[in-house]
Design a protein around this ligand. Structure first.
Ligand code: PRX
Length: 657
């Protein structure tokens, strides 16, 4: 987008009016710049102070920062000890036990459960003791496969309390994906529920866990099952335990385990360029500081606010902005079990009105879907409690941004387009509500401690010119960045630190505009982003070739107005296979079974051949251009072994022939 097409939105006046709402912590661009400059030039001073201000340490740290990208040994707050569950619960429960920590809005309308800090402390302690009774010790991994219910938060914090490393698996993942993740982290305990409810439908969580674990095919010794719906489920004697039975036996206080700042807190699997998902490892002190600091400054959290993040706890956004960030600050967090359109498209807006939500955080795909359904749903609700509305997961298109700003924010809220990743732990590029003029489509400027650069993809040199796209990299470590890939540190170094020595490589393309604002363009690697869900093309291809009829598969991301990107698969079949008989349906089912329903391909093309180089490499760039209607600018195709496949592919994709 050129500079003259971009509309700049100043900070809404209402936000700076102290008679209407709390004054934002950072209320001018000068203040932001001064704080940011200190944070990158004197990080020891800046983060040393912030870590003592926002967190409670059982043993102080002496060293703020250690290590480098070159050595891959980044560490923060080295000698410090703290417990994340103490920081997220005890210190607030002791001061104010009756304050609501979690508001659970159930799938069914009007099914609301409020959990105070006092109650949360007791439940987390009981679950922590339950895990201890089952032999879970500091450093052990626990897998959590749960719907959006408060017990999922209890399970996560119980792990944090005893120093167990949780690995939450999104409940949309299939049994096979769950099994891979459970095996990779050697979890001995899995926590689940009998079923989940979402949009009026049941999700068979326990059945999927049973399928994933098979008959003793994994090292899992116990499955703890929370009763959510009361549906009949299969029961494996000696392995399965009811949540309520175990909780009833367990003492309701459990001392928090003192953890070193660099002890692992959790693993979260995410997709990269290659086939197998990586267990991204986050540690204790730096992660919780990033979570708390971004909720404070980017969501401008003040005492009494009601913070609502609509992500699933199975993704990093749910970890940081439903659970850890808001609770670390002693806030009230909303846990939403349903969907934006159940029972009708006013569900989000009703939620905001009902609970007087002050911060609301969702994804562009949801905004686009709701915008399409018409303004009447949003217009009939009183959304005046809102101060900050956020977007995450993919670039937000200006039309969706404008609608969000005008219809949801009523032009009176800060719109924060927040850029970050599973690996960054917390938001790294975003406006701050009281200081940044915003531009629809730009995540604007870096958060404290983040020094981004745009690099030339081939030379790795810094691009100084504005409006020139390169790859987005970060030039110095920050507290909440991932420390490793579980059990595979060299993969961590190879993926993020080696491509551009001295930098953390994000995998995204971006440019800076004349004001230094960053415009993230999307992934430059083989990762695609469907409705904010991150998928690797290699992972989908490997699922497709599981089918006996498939010889080769190539998957690319096509543009989609609603979901951002969508999956297009090009599949060639083995000789003598009849592909006319519903093969595409079988392949769709297979991908859903191996990865999960959210990985469903939008289109599967059965092709006689792929566009290949002479050495046999599929040129996915050509497929991508054809799918996205750019067949007139395919670039150099002279390296193809057989150029005649190109017109055939164009005819197949665009004319269905
Ligand atoms: O491509 C970027 C995109 O989402 C990727 C990270 O995905 P994941 O690890 O699943 O985390 C998603 C939520 C933090 C990034 O590499 N992305 C995320 N937020 C934005 C974005 N792209 C543009 N603008 C954003 N605000």
């Amino acid at each position: 987008m050129t500079a003259d097409q971009v509309k700049v939105h100043p900070v809404p006046e209402r936000l700076l009016d102290a008679s209407k709402n709390p004054v934002p912590y950072v209320d001018s661009m000068e203040k932001y710049k001064a704080m940011w400059t200190e944070s990158v030039e004197k990080p020891d001073q800046f983060f040393g102070k912030l870590a003592n201000e926002l967190l409670t340490w059982s043993k102080p740290f002496n060293t703020v920062r250690h290590g480098s990208f070159e050595q891959g040994d980044v560490a923060w707050f080295l000698e410090g000890e703290l417990n994340v569950s103490y920081n997220c619960i005890d210190r607030h429960a002791l001061a104010n036990p009756n304050k609501v920590a979690v508001i659970h809005e159930g799938d069914e309308l009007n099914k609301v459960r409020k959990i105070t800090y006092g109650e949360l402390l007791r439940e987390v302690c009981q679950m922590a003791n339950t895990l201890k009774n089952l032999g879970v010790r500091k450093g052990d991994a626990v897998a959590i496969y749960m719907p959006m219910i408060p017990e999922a938060i209890v399970a996560m914090l119980a792990c944090a309390r005893i120093g167990a490393v949780h690995s939450v698996v999104f409940a949309g993942f299939s049994a096979e994906s769950l099994r891979d993740r459970v095996i990779d982290c050697s979890a001995r305990v899995v926590i689940t529920s009998d079923e989940g409810r979402r949009g009026g439908k049941s999700v068979a969580t326990k059945r999927i866990v049973d399928e994933a674990l098979g008959t003793n095919q994994t090292q899992v010794e116990n499955v703890i099952v929370f009763r959510r719906t009361g549906a009949h489920i299969d029961w494996v004697e000696h392995r399965d335990l009811w949540w309520h039975d175990e909780m009833a036996k367990a003492r309701s206080f459990c001392p928090p385990e003192p953890m070193n700042a660099e002890d692992p807190l959790f693993l979260l699997y995410t997709s990269g360029s290659t086939g197998t998902p990586k267990g991204i490892l986050h540690t204790t002190g730096g992660y919780i500081l990033g979570a708390a600091a971004t909720v404070k400054y980017i969501f401008d959290y003040h005492e009494g606010d009601i913070h609502a993040c609509m992500a699933d706890i199975g993704w990093v956004t749910g970890h940081t902005y439903i659970v850890y960030g808001p609770l670390a600050l002693g806030g009230t967090t909303v846990l939403f079990e349903s969907t934006p359109t159940y029972p009708d498209p006013s569900r989000f807006w009703e939620l905001i009105e009902k609970h007087k939500i002050t911060q609301f955080y969702t994804a562009p795909t949801a905004i686009r879907a709701l915008r399409r359904l018409g303004d009447q749903w949003v217009e009939k609700h009183d959304l005046s409690s809102l101060r900050v509305i956020g977007s995450v997961g993919e670039p937000i298109n200006p039309e969706a941004w404008d609608w969000y700003n005008e219809k949801v924010g009523r032009g009176q809220c800060a719109v924060v387009d927040t850029y970050w990743q599973t690996e960054t732990g917390s938001i790294i590029i975003s406006p701050l509500p009281g200081s940044h003029p915003t531009k629809p489509g730009s995540a604007t400027l870096p958060f404290f401690g983040i020094k981004p650069e745009i690099l030339d993809p081939t030379t790795g040199k810094i691009i100084e010119e504005s409006h020139e796209t390169g790859v987005l990299a970060i030039s110095q470590p920050w507290p909440s960045m991932a420390r490793s890939v579980f059990n595979n540190h060299s993969r961590f170094v190879e993926t993020y630190l080696k491509p551009y020595p001295g930098y953390y490589f994000t995998g995204d393309g971006a440019y800076r505009d004349e004001d230094g604002y960053i415009w993230v363009q999307g992934r430059v690697d083989d990762v695609i982003n469907v409705s904010g869900h991150r998928l690797s093309t290699a992972e989908i291809e490997s699922a497709l070739v599981h089918h006996g009829a498939v010889a080769e598969a190539a998957v690319i991301g096509g543009h989609d107005d609603l979901t951002g990107q969508c999956i297009h698969a090009f599949v060639s079949v083995r000789p003598n296979v009849d592909a006319s008989q519903g093969l595409d349906k079988e392949l769709t089912i297979l991908v859903r079974k191996i990865i999960g329903p959210f990985a469903t391909p939008k289109r599967i093309y059965i092709v006689s051949d792929h566009p290949k180089t002479r050495s046999g490499k599929i040129m996915r760039r050509i497929l991508r251009k054809i799918v996205n209607g750019e067949q007139d600018s395919l670039g150099d195709i002279s390296t193809l072994a057989d150029q005649s496949v190109v017109p055939k592919l164009i005819a197949l994709v665009h004319d269905g022939r």
